[in-house]
Ligand binder design. Structure first.
Ligand code: ZN
Ligand code: ZN
Length: 421
């Protein structure tokens, strides 16, 4: 029996309480920067497992440290926040929670990105490793960050002195649950998740009566022209082999059919893998907005602000191959290659600040039968809800078990390296 198997032998005894913990989190989702209940439950659970706990880092961030003799220091990370989404699943533990968002609006809240899975798996992995300290040596750091969805939770912890409060890790590891066969894990070397930026554009017109457009500058038409023209950035300005996405996710102007408003607000989201591509897209957006404002005779310079920026997740080749080898050893053919994702993550802000290598992998969360049926029918996009969908809900098992096993297996590739051979 390998050391990994010996440590994971404790999963059976853990499973019921982990599932209960997960269901509780799922029913009590909290928005980015508001993860107070979650953080308190995490801290309590870590303490019970024997970790030294620090809370309130970067707002609601929590770290647990378990020092167990000489050897490497491994950081395992989970994110805790939920989304302003109204859950539309038939789970008996579905969320009906609402909360006040950063703008003061009452919004529905749900764990529509599966961060409750990440938290539950990491606590489970910490407990299993803490219960078997005779089988490994080194230091385990578990990090629970707030506000992944807004892209500033990891940076907030770093800015609040995270790295002075934990032993310097040798490696950082994290995972995300995605649509895919539950029970599988996917690794990828090099760029795995895209960089992301959001851009808010405000264009100005001159308001007036809907019956007398000749007296106005119509910002609705101006915004429409910008939206159409923005579609040419990826299709005409980015090389065909280069991955780039530009989505106009929000367009707001006016409130009445017969009033021409005086401004319009667009919100854009960009994804890219190469810094050059990212810069080219941002420059093109500026150029197009300015030119369209001029074409419309806009009376005022447009406003343009970038927000919710996420770094590129660029997995270290050596770290990734070590994790992939450990996964192959433990999961067999359930260990797979992950395709490049256009999703984004702020996880890498922590290892980047610490100057250490990292890797980030995916675990499947979809019922295997439903996934295979949809794949066979060519209906994956139609039938399998993706993260952020109101219908996104990972199957409880084997998702929780696989996410727990993957963290333990990857950590032991450093903390008990003979287990990987
Ligand atoms: Zn998300
Ligand atoms: Zn997420």
């Amino acid at each position: 029996m390998s050391i990994v198997d010996e440590v994971l032998a404790g999963y059976g005894a853990l499973q019921a309480s982990q599932e209960a913990f997960y269901k509780d989190l799922h029913q009590h989702p909290e928005l980015s920067h508001q993860e107070r209940r979650t953080a308190a439950r995490v801290a309590g659970n870590l303490q019970e497992s024997g970790f030294t706990v620090r809370s309130g880092i970067g707002g609601t961030g929590v770290v647990g440290v378990l020092s167990n003799g000489g050897g490497p220091t491994v950081l395992l990370r989970a994110d805790m926040d939920a989304l302003p989404v109204r859950e539309d699943t038939d789970a008996e533990y579905a969320s009906s929670v609402t909360a006040e968002d950063a703008d003061g609006h009452e919004v529905p809240v749900a764990h529509a990105c599966g961060h409750d899975i990440h938290v539950s798996c990491l606590l489970g992995a910490g407990k299993l490793l803490a219960d078997e300290v005779s089988r490994w040596s080194g230091t385990l750091v578990t990090l629970f960050q707030p506000a992944e969805e807004t892209g500033d939770g990891a940076r907030g912890m770093v800015d609040d002195g995270l790295l002075e409060q934990i032993p310097v890790p040798d490696v950082a590891l994290a995972q995300h649950v995605l649509p895919g066969i539950a029970g599988t894990v996917g690794t990828r070397s090099g760029p795995a998740l895209s960089a992301a930026d959001s851009v808010k554009i405000t264009v100005y017109g001159r308001g007036g009566h809907g019956s007398m457009p000749q007296n106005t500058v119509d910002p609705v038409v101006l915004a429409a022209m910008i939206i159409v023209r923005l579609q040419t950035i990826v299709s005409r300005e980015v090389a065909p082999g280069e991955t780039a996405v530009l989505t106009v996710g929000s367009c707001q102007a006016g409130s009445k059919s017969n009033v021409i408003p005086d401004h319009a607000v667009l919100q854009l989201n960009l994804r890219s893998y190469a810094q050059q591509t990212r810069q080219r897209m941002l420059t093109a957006i500026q150029r197009i907005v300015l030119a369209e404002c001029q074409a419309s005779g806009s009376p005022r310079a447009p406003g343009c602000e970038t927000f919710d920026s996420f770094p590129l997740t660029d997995n270290d080749p050596d770290v990734t191959s070590r994790v992939a080898a450990a996964f192959r050893e433990h999961f067999g053919d359930r260990a797979q290659d992950l395709g490049q994702q256009t999703a984004s993550e702020d996880f890498s802000d922590v290892p980047r600040a610490a100057g250490i290598p990292y890797t980030y992998w995916a675990i499947g969360g979809t019922d295997p039968r439903a996934y295979r049926a949809a794949a066979k029918a060519g209906r994956l996009q139609d039938d399998i809800p993706a993260n952020h969908s109101p219908k996104f809900l990972p199957v409880l098992q084997p998702t929780l078990r696989t996410g727990t096993e993957s963290l333990v297996t990857a950590a032991l590739a450093w903390l008990a390296p003979q287990s990987a051979t």
